[in-house]
Ligand binder design. Structure first.
Ligand SMILES: [Zn+2]
Ligand SMILES: [Zn+2]
Length: 657
């Protein structure tokens, strides 16, 4: 048995070496001939090519460039396309094959997102007040109608190959793997379940809610919440006993067992380091019982009473000065406005001097326009928050409110001023979200840090990767913790926690060390130049995310690129509008003609900095009114990322007057 396995492995290795030597050209996609009837095209995603004389079945197809290499394999016709999952980087080039009559086979549990992606793009729940991240933003921008579905255990024969479907959810809820037995070997095409030995393509796809006992939490609270699901799928793939494992993104693995076991181990280690200092243990202790008392996990701090000149209701803190002026922070709903009215009615407050915004989340800002209209006070916050709440349509972040809020004085990081008997200082506090403000209040013998939602007595609030919690020295929570070390507040306040709390110097140092350790081990599990590329769901984004314009107009679209690498990187982008848009623009062969897409524009993005590529979208004059997702193709360093980001253009029915 061992001898047999070894021989088969050697054979596999022989094919890989031979083909790589023949076909690899620097920087170009290449073809690996795995055996007589099986090949892999290495484009932006790996495409499996199952061969039967001059016919082929493709497993995923990426941007469609695989078409150019089929002739070399003697393929005259692609008869079927089988997809591992619905993400648009897997399938954005499928149109040309479908137009030529290829049958489209899709995971049974994801059919809706092939047939009706418009249900996602048109759903206001995917836009505002969104705490659920399934399906994902990598939704196709246009339908690819399925001819049939692929369900667990199903088999199909294609020429000499037998293909078996394995349910392997995790990267997406309905992801499948395709086990191909041909030429005496078994190869599993596993989508994005694994990248290569011990690594996954990204972690933010695993941001999913889960249930434990009675308790179910939202995707929003589920940092790596799909890891159980993924681990089950990985074991399934491992136990299916393949000779080769081919991921969508990543390298062909010749030792699937070792590759998977290392990934399982690393997923556990990463999650353990997350739980060790997680603020979520304060809100949902029952989810983390098995971690209590583990070495390297911080204890949950006791709270302390808030000073008597503060009031707390809902997510709002109010500071009352000696002369009974009030500074109010955040306003979620009418109940908060009423509570402030009551303060005035009871005479506890005699004036409302200002409203301060801690961060952009809907449960902190929804009723701010009403609050400002009711009390007529100025609205203050720090600049990172002001840019989001001032134009929410331009942002596609979680937990967004459609409320548009005009900030009267967006403060700079570190700007101080005096209010009544207090000294106030505004800080950029990239904790719970990148767009978060801290208000440091000194007075009455206290040093109080109003930190929004960024800390609880259990630690740091980084349980939602879509909020953009960056790792690295002086980024994200490391920056926040360094600030807390420097300010040494006597009291820290969280909007959702009644009591005040603080951290000792040792605890702060411990949390910073944890983050440094995470930067290292998350860096190992992810194949990118820095862990942040696989954690930050918005490192590439469109600005504005959404805009409205009449048909026939030209609108600007910027692609904003956060370069988390330690060196500068070249980047380029071009718009990739949907086929209907390209047809309306007069491109008859809209499925395969590259010129139907806009021109590439390039920039260099400094290390650790942000770059903006300015694109223009020409809305065809004949385009029917409607809501159009427009993707952008991106090149970043050596990576080609087709349709990696997307924006929404609401095409208005009539030209604006
Ligand atoms: Zn994917
Ligand atoms: Zn929040």
């Amino acid at each position: 048995m061992i001898a047999n396995l070894t021989r088969r492995r050697l054979q596999a290795g022989w094919w890989l070496v031979l083909v790589a030597a023949v076909s690899a050209r620097a920087g170009e996609p290449r073809l690996t001939r795995l055996s007589e009837h099986l090949a892999v095209f290495h484009g932006p995603v790996n495409t499996g090519i199952v061969l039967d004389a001059d016919r082929a079945l493709l497993i995923d197809c990426g941007d469609g460039r695989v078409a150019d290499s089929l002739q070399a394999l003697g393929v005259a016709r692609v008869v079927s396309l089988a997809f591992t999952h619905y993400h648009r980087d897997q399938l954005c080039g499928a149109g040309r094959f479908a137009a030529d009559g290829a049958r489209v086979l899709v995971p049974a549990r994801e059919r809706e997102w092939f047939d009706h992606p418009e249900r996602f793009w048109n759903d206001p729940r995917q836009r505002w007040h969104n705490y659920a991240f399934r399906p994902s933003r990598l939704m196709p921008i246009e339908p690819l109608s399925a001819d049939d579905t692929l369900a667990d255990g199903q088999t199909l024969d294609f020429g000499p190959a037998r293909i078996t479907v394995l349910d392997t959810p995790g990267h997406t809820d309905g992801s499948i793997s395709l086990q191909v037995r041909v030429d005496g070997r078994t190869t599993i095409f596993c989508g994005d379940a694994i990248f290569d030995a011990g690594r996954v393509w990204d972690l933010h796809s695993l941001q999913k809610g889960f249930s434990r006992g009675e308790r179910t939490i939202y995707d929003y609270h589920g940092f790596m919440g799909a890891r159980w699901m993924l681990a089950g799928s990985l074991r399934r793939i491992r136990d299916a006993g393949a000779d080769l494992l081919v991921p969508s993104h990543g390298r062909v693995m010749t030792d699937p067992r070792q590759a998977i076991d290392l990934l399982l181990e690393r997923l556990e280690a990463c999650y353990d380091r997350y739980v060790a200092v997680s603020a979520l243990r304060h809100y949902f202790p029952e989810l983390f019982t098995e971690y209590v008392g583990r070495p390297g996990h911080t204890a949950i701090r006791p709270g302390m009473p808030a000073p008597d000149f503060l009031r707390h209701f809902d997510t709002t803190w109010v500071i009352l000065s000696r002369d009974r002026a009030a500074l109010v922070m955040d306003c979620r709903n009418e109940g908060v406005i009423q509570a402030v009215r009551d303060l005035l009615a009871r005479g506890e407050a005699t004036s409302i001097d200002a409203l301060w915004i801690t961060h952009y989340h809907d449960d902190h800002v929804d009723a701010i326009p009403d609050f400002l209209a009711t009390f007529g006070c100025p609205c203050l916050t720090e600049r990172s928050v002001a840019q989001v709440v001032g134009r929410p349509l331009a942002w596609g972040l979680p937990c967004m409110s459609p409320a548009v809020i005009r900030v009267d004085r967006p403060a700079t990081d570190g700007q101080s001023w005096t209010w009544r008997e207090f000294r106030l200082t505004a800080y950029h506090l990239p904790g719970q979200t990148e767009y978060h403000a801290g208000l440091f209040v000194e007075g009455r013998g206290l040093r109080m840090l109003f930190a929004g939602d960024s800390f609880t007595p259990a630690g740091i609030d980084d349980y939602c990767m879509h909020n953009r919690n960056l790792l690295g020295r002086d980024a994200g929570f490391d920056r926040c913790l360094a600030l807390v070390e420097r300010l040494a507040p006597t009291h820290i306040f969280n909007c959702h926690v009644d009591q005040a709390f603080s951290f000792t110097a040792d605890e702060l140092a411990f949390m910073r060390a944890n983050l440094a350790e995470r930067e290292r081990i998350f860096g190992q599990i992810l194949p990118w130049e820095h862990a942040n590329f696989g954690l930050d769901a918005h490192w590439l984004r469109c600005d504005p995310y959404e805009q409205t314009a009449p048909a026939g107009h030209r609108v600007p679209l910027e692609v904003v690129i956060a370069n988390h690498a330690r060196e500068h990187r070249s980047a380029a982008a071009r718009p990739a509008p949907p086929t209907a848009w390209r047809r309306a623009a007069g491109h008859s062969d809209a499925t395969a003609d590259e010129t139907a897409l806009g021109p590439w524009r390039g920039i260099t993005v400094p290390a650790g900095g942000e770059g903006r590529i300015a694109l223009e979208l020409d809305i065809p004059g004949d385009l029917p009114p409607g809501r159009y997702p427009v993707a952008v193709d991106v090149k970043f360093g050596e990576r080609e990322l087709p349709q990696w980001s997307a924006a929404i253009v609401e095409v208005a029915s009539r030209p604006a007057p």
